[in-house]
Design a protein around this ligand. Sequence first.
Ligand code: F6P
Length: 342
Amino acid sequence: MRVGVLTGGGDCPGLNAVIRAVVRKGVKEYGFEFVGYRDGWRGPLEGQTMELGIEQCRGILPRGGTILGSSRTNPFKLENGVERIKENLAADGVDALVAIGGEDTLGVATKLADLGVDVVGVPKTIDNDLSGTDFTFGFDTAVNIATEAIDRLHTTAESHHRVLVVEVMGRHAGWIALHSGIAGGASMVLIPEQPFDIVDVCNRVETRFTSQYAPIIVVSEGAVPKEGGDMTLASGEVDAFGHVRLGGIGDRLAKEIEERTGKEARAVVLGHIQRGGTPTAFDRWLATRFGLQAIDAVADGDFGKMMALRGTKIERLPLVEGTAELKLVSPEEYAEAAVFFG
Ligand code: F6P
């Protein structure tokens, strides 16, 4: 059997660990051959391939990014996109595909599976917002990077009696903000799921200063104020899946806090640092197990499925279930953290 592998959407630490596990087990246990498709769905769409075997996967386990490259190409937005993919898979002699991606990449995989393409999905996103799985790899790495940044910002905020606002990724879901905020001892965490009240934020900033500590506020890029409640956009650009580019809520918030409280406030945007570099041990473990089980699913002919972590077990879910809705922070989970606010 010849198996194509692709990685789509925003990159994420652990992608290479999945590729390595898929290829290693595929070659050693099943005798499969592999074709690497470049840059997400652009690869099969335009017939852009690379050699992929055990040799190409040596040394990639701890490396961030993806050796296959990634893109946000959406074949359903392009003329004859699906037909072109089917033709190229046939021309490359590919019998099955392993698609590693988030909501958008796996959304495409779901539709292609309905149209007769034999595909197995592996969920990834640093946002951890895919409903079918307890965790996606990349999230733990992003949370650790954000937590280390918060730890460092505490000492400089205290030295200068400043408010420091830390903007982290999270378009619709505040998981990175919540986990890193709890782990880093933030004075407030603001997430997309719970529009924030600027008066309340400023009151807590002032309370924090009365206890001689400088406040650290962690805010998701998708967080919105209750009043004037639009997301803050970095630009008007929209990608092939209709997502706008977010960014700027940290600066907006710092300015507002400074004006209202008279305390100096600065913003730090962590941005793509959260997605780069080596994956944590947890993410390497999860990504490797997803890869091993994904190639088992291919060998079993169990297509249209996505790997999911449930507790400590990897299960196979219908792709459609894994991408049907976003996993958001519940009001209860957010309320649990609120004892530390202010
Ligand atoms: O989906 C993962 C993610 O990192 C989001 O948190 C963020 O909004 C988005 O990707 C940024 O995408 P890009 O790197 O394409 O601007």
